[in-house]
Ligand binder design. Structure first.
Ligand SMILES: NC(=O)c1ccc[n+]([C@@H]2O[C@H](COP(=O)([O-])OP(=O)(O)OC[C@H]3O[C@@H](n4cnc5c(N)ncnc54)[C@H](OP(=O)(O)O)[C@@H]3O)[C@@H](O)[C@H]2O)c1
Ligand SMILES: *[C@@H]1O[C@H](CO)[C@@H](O)[C@H](O)[C@H]1NC(C)=O
Ligand SMILES: *[C@@H]1O[C@H](CO)[C@@H](O)[C@H](O)[C@H]1NC(C)=O
Length: 289
């Protein structure tokens, strides 16, 4: 064990130095002023904070989620924070038609699109899988197929604007963990889809950037209520901080961002000691069969 720790420590120092070397904050908030942004899942949580940051930077925003009353409040706050124009549209992303309806609404109101921020997720459980495939099917539509639909209909317009797609994903897609089988499956689909699409756009010399966001545990109500009493060893990071990193990653056209940053290191050494990794993951869950 001592040797493993030494190797890990050596490697961590090396990577921290590498990251520090790479770390230049090239983000210029002025590039977001007047930009046309669509944010999904923006009625609460990280999406709400994403909308507020864009508002502070002076972007025009369309927000969507299912709950109209919450959207209305978020839209009002965006106007107060400095957004020149804000619209909202209630929609259910587990519906087959709604993703395209939302995209058409945004194009109509904004007159084009610079940033497509895909952030929503449908609700799911935090427990062992009971064999329910139908739930996975519904969640695939909400968490993944709706993303593919919106990319399909939004890409021609993003090409015109040299625009950007931001996909909010999870560390769970890089390091699978228990209790989240349907969720992790949908996020893995998201990662695979956007990873492949990055190659294809680059090979076609299409100037639309894709930023895949690998987030760790964030302090949204949804996430905290789920892990409470089950995982105590992991601290949750602030939604507003996550939202800002997501926006910066998109504005600086990064292929991928990690928040909190140390997940980049963890992912880099993910497969070095798989047995050790898996026992650490499993023992961090309280589970008594
Ligand atoms: N929080 C974390 O620890 C964490 C960690 C890693 C990654 N992430 C990722 O971060 C993103 C945001 O997560 P969050 O924690 O902020 O979630 P959240 O607080 O639960 O917010 C989810 C948003 O999606 C909307 N939504 C839910 N079901 C929907 C549906 N069927 N159709 C359309 N909209 C729907 C919700 O509004 P309505 O209910 O009004 O529809 C809400 O605006 C997700 O992609 C998530 O995977 C989060
Ligand atoms: C998009 O970028 C190209 C160069 O890749 C440039 O010629 C064009 O003017 C840009 N279009 C917009 C709308 O910024
Ligand atoms: C792509 O578009 C961005 C944003 O308009 C621009 O800054 C960049 O120079 C473009 N890149 C290429 C290779 O044309």
């Amino acid at each position: 064990m001592g040797r493993v720790l030494k190797v890990l420590l050596f490697w961590s120092v090396l990577s921290a130095a590498y990251i520090a070397y790479q770390w230049k904050d090239t983000f210029d908030p002025a590039v977001l002023s007047g930009r046309r942004v669509l944010v999904t899942g923006a009625s609460k949580g990280i999406g709400e904070q994403i909308a507020y940051h864009y508002a502070r930077f002076g972007s025009q925003i369309v927000i969507t989620a299912r709950t109209e009353s919450a959207l209305k409040k978020v839209a009002e706050k965006c106007l107060q924070l400095g957004s020149p124009k804000v619209w909202y549209i209630p929609a259910d992303m587990s519906d087959l038609e709604d993703p395209n309806r939302v995209l058409r609404f945004a194009l109509d109101k904004l007159g084009g699109l610079d940033y497509l921020v895909l952030n929503h997720i449908g609700s799911t459980f935090f427990q062992m899988w009971n064999g329910d495939v139908e739930h996975i099917r519904v969640l695939m539509q909400a968490n993944f197929l709706s993303y593919a639909q919106m990319v399909s209909s939004g890409l021609p317009f993003l090409k015109q604007s040299n625009g950007s797609i931001i996909a909010v994903s999870s560390i769970a897609a890089k390091i699978p963990s228990p209790f989240t089988i349907p969720y992790t499956a949908t996020k893995s689909a998201v990662n695979g889809f956007f990873g492949s699409l990055q190659h294809e756009l680059s090979m076609q010399k299409v100037n639309v950037s894709i930023t895949l966001c690998s987030l760790g545990l964030i302090d949204t109500e949804t996430a905290l209520s789920k892990v409470k009493g089950v995982i105590d060893t992991m601290s949750a990071y602030p939604a507003s901080g996550a939202a800002l990193e997501v926006i910066k990653g998109g504005a600086t056209r990064q292929n991928e961002i990690f928040y909190p940053w140390y997940w980049q290191l963890v992912c880099a050494i993910r497969d070095w000691f798989p047995g050790y990794r898996d026992s650490v993951i499993q023992s961090s869950y309280k589970y008594n069969p």
